[in-house]
Design a protein around this ligand. Structure first.
Ligand SMILES: N[C@@H](CCC(=O)N[C@@H](CS)C(=O)NCC(=O)O)C(=O)O
Length: 234
């Protein structure tokens, strides 16, 4: 059994998709990040960066194993199941390259863009433009990689699962993908997978479309280096 600490966002979907693809047994534990549940001491013990997703894998040798950071969780699950990870030396190296690219480039750029599009619309034109440009640059990198390939590395893999959620939301981020036909084709193909549909639907009842309240803004965007000492809410 896996305890899956989750909230329905692109970073959370990476793991809900992988769990569904592998058919692993899991228990979803919602972490309402708008209410500050990511600061609860019991969650920080698992995920010291106060971010979801995180898991506790109860079926590992030596007792329950907590894992935080989506890239590390994907690698852990791929290793544990032997699924969605190539076996060749080159394939494994390429998975690491694209996984690190996702968590170091595509994810942070898209995440910051999402902040300025969704949470501070119209407030910071320079920042919005900066992250929109970087997000677009990343889409260009992916476009070239997907030229003549169905997936990022060999077969469908954890590299695709890591990148896809941030491309799934390209349109609301202001990028309709017209300039990126390979990315659009890849996005469409993955979107149709039954496990992906189930992964994205997980916790959809928690999704919100309204702009954040002042309290949510304070919790999400006013964090300090001593945040873990803040009193958890909810
Ligand atoms: N590098 C992390 C990023 C995770 C992340 O940013 N999660 C966000 C939601 S998408 C979160 O938990 N935010 C809570 C907060 O900002 O306090 C990963 O890949 O797991």
């Amino acid at each position: 059994m896996i305890d899956f600490y989750y909230w329905p966002t692109p970073n959370g979907w990476k793991i809900s998709i992988m769990l569904e693809e592998c058919g692993l047994e899991y228990r979803m534990i919602p972490v309402n990040i708008g209410r500050g549940e990511q600061f609860r001491p019991e969650f920080l013990a698992i995920s010291p960066n106060n971010r979801m997703p995180a898991i506790v894998d109860h079926d590992t040798e030596g007792g329950p194993m907590p894992v935080f950071e989506s890239g590390a969780i994907l690698l852990h699950l791929a290793k544990r199941t032997g699924c969605f990870m190539p076996t060749s030396r080159i394939g494994r190296k390429e998975i690491l390259e694209w996984l690190f690219w996702q968590v170091g480039s595509l994810g942070p750029m898209a995440g910051q863009l999402s902040h300025f599009v969704n949470y501070a619309p119209g407030e910071h034109p320079y920042s919005l433009q900066r992250y929109a440009q970087e997000y677009k640059r990343c889409l260009g990198v992916l476009e070239r990689r997907l030229e003549g390939r169905a997936f990022i590395v060999d077969e469908y893999s954890i590299a695709d699962m890591a990148c896809w959620p941030w491309v799934f939301i390209a349109k609301p981020l202001g990028q309709p993908l017209d300039e990126f036909p390979n990315v659009a084709r890849w996005r469409r193909a993955i979107k149709e997978r039954p496990a992906v549909i189930r992964g994205v639907d997980l916790g959809k009842e928690f999704r919100r479309s309204a702009p954040p309240t002042e309290e949510e803004r304070q919790i999400l965007f006013n964090q300090s280096s001593r945040q873990s000492a803040a009193s958890p809410r909810g």
